[in-house]
Design a protein around this ligand. Sequence first.
Ligand code: HDD
Length: 704
Amino acid sequence: MRPALRRLFQRKDFPMPMKPGAPLDKGGAPHQTTKDGYEAMTTQQGVPVRDDQNHLKAGTPGPMLMDDFHFREKMFHFDHERIPERVVHARGYAAHGFFELTDSLEEFTSAKVLTETGKKVPLFTRFSTVAGNKGSPDLARDVRGFAVKFYTDEGNWDLVGNNIPVFFIQDAMKFPDLIHSAKAEPDRGFPQAQTAHDNFWDFISLSPEAMHMVMWIMSDRTIPRSLRFMEGFGVHTFRLINAKGKSSFVKFHWKPKMGMQSVVWNEAVKINGADPDFHRRDLWNAIEMGDFPEWELGVQIFDDKFADSFAFDVRDATKLIPEEDIPVRIIGRMVLDRRVDNFFAETEQVAFCTGNVVPGIGFSDDPLLQGRNFSYLDTQIKRLGGPNFTHIPINAPKCPMRTFQQDGHMAMKNPVGRANYEPNSWGTKDGGPREDPDNGYQHFAEPINGKKEALRPESFADHYSQARQFYISQTEIEQAHMGDALVFELSKVEKAEIRERMVAHLVNIDKGLADTVAEGLGIKTPMAMKAARPTMQDLKASDALSMLKNPPKSFAGRKLGVFLCDEASAKSFNAVKDAVEKAGGTVAVVAPTINGVDLDDGTHVPADEKIDGGPSVLFDAVALMLTEECADDMAKKPPAKDFLNDAFAHYKYIGYTPDSMKLFEAIGMADHMDGGCIELGKPASIKSFVSELANLRFWDRDGA
Ligand code: HDD
């Protein structure tokens, strides 16, 4: 190569991709450093690399030579970077944190994680959507996975739950069918990340046990505003076993400290375009800002007597126990205070298994849970490539792991010493570990009596009562959203019989809902579907099931989008910013250009978003702080008009300076201003605007 050309392609002539001192492999001898102070790059064998830009060639440009082991290793590794994505819950985001017990359950369990108050148990939590692939958008209408791995002193405990307390099916035998029906249709490979298609509603309308969960997924719970504002549930009934071997039943609940909040459907659709990573970015940013997401852990504990007298079978995962029947006892808190260092190593490689329990926690005979206990272990072999996935740091327990299990792909922690079997007579020094009859995990000695048969218990047969209970527990606004969601989803179904069959189920749940959906689909309400158990139980509404009946009443953790222009009032902007930050929220600046604006006192405020890239769907509320001239100019720009139009349509609070009125006029809204549009004039009005923001949305707006 000519000297000039060679120089151009040499690394020293390019910006360095790594920060000086970036950590490489810490093991072995100290690495050499380059002349300019960087750690020298090596191959995976530790051999220093001279040229990472050009392949070894014979002549110029010359054929490439197989001698170049650095190229071969680099390309070989790249070619194998991908692993199979999870068959469900492929798209997820996770963070590290801790669990701190505040109320001991010693009376019920011997598990140290539930009896040692004040101790911080490290954990790793992964949130996910279910149906979409790894690259699907965050705001698909979908159940959210809520999986927590507690690294306890007695081994790993995985609580692999969802943000909905019930499930679609009662028996794990149906899981592959459920998931096949929900994912993209197999011939065409679409739709991606949504249930709005024939196969899903075909399966669902032929599976009445799904009706309760259908009510939940058609509610706004499946379009959460943030992973931080969701509840989580262990779903199944588990067992707690105390030191005396006595068992109680338990259901686990996660309650978000910042309260629950969802977006509205039209907003979700637009967020998916504006920022498909909306939820993961939000979690990352909150942790980076030190605003650590927090949940309370609650339990519903009950005994056999309650289980026998309860109107439903507590082993049926399509049923919940209303909080009014068994109150949720708060026993601790989870704080997510550390983001991952590497998405693949941690979020992608983490392997949750429902079978991971610790002494003092056990399983009930829920046939869904029992099936899960097989599936989760099995799936990791395919995904992570072998039986040693527990050796990967994110999956390894933080307490000692001593087994005679050995070898296999990528074995990192093989037993040392002569004995790899037991019994052996090599003694405590060389004989390796032994089982511990005093402290080892003991399964609850549940008496079993019955015939071996493939059947569904009669006690699982009522499919509509709790579906109705959920529906009647919602506010009118929430009910309207459920009706809209059903109409939307079923309108994407091509086969009329499926649409009609689904509405026939709704008749059993609520006649009014069935009529609304039928009208939305343009059909007559059909006859009720014949129920497996014809007698409906008339259950009371449970307020705990509604999000809007339990509002957070705070703007903390939320974001105000301020649309600013050059020469806008610095005094007003600073007053809004201070008040929002005082309320625990954040302010993002949206401006005509990303360079930001110069306010009337000369201060330069950098923008977080240019108006075209920062639509109002990204914010919980908006404020327009434009000058008259800028408002005039913006009134001609579609993204600026959409900013305001969408904020209004999504029931958002809109603060505005009088000079911003031109933008309202441009979208024909000047005569439709309501109590959710608040003029930002004097300091008092700014204060009242910010205190109104705690209501999150102005639901009284026309058409809500
Ligand atoms: Fe599952 C993943 C939650 C039923 C089989 N499931 C998975 C994840 C969550 C749940 C949160 C993602 C874990 C992660 O972040 O890595 N699944 C649930 C809940 C269920 C449920 C709350 C019902 C109460 N699942 C369920 C059944 C089966 C599975 C009945 C099969 C019998 N689930 C799996 C799986 C996955 C999984 C195939 C895919 C990736 C993985 O396990 O690690 O094994």
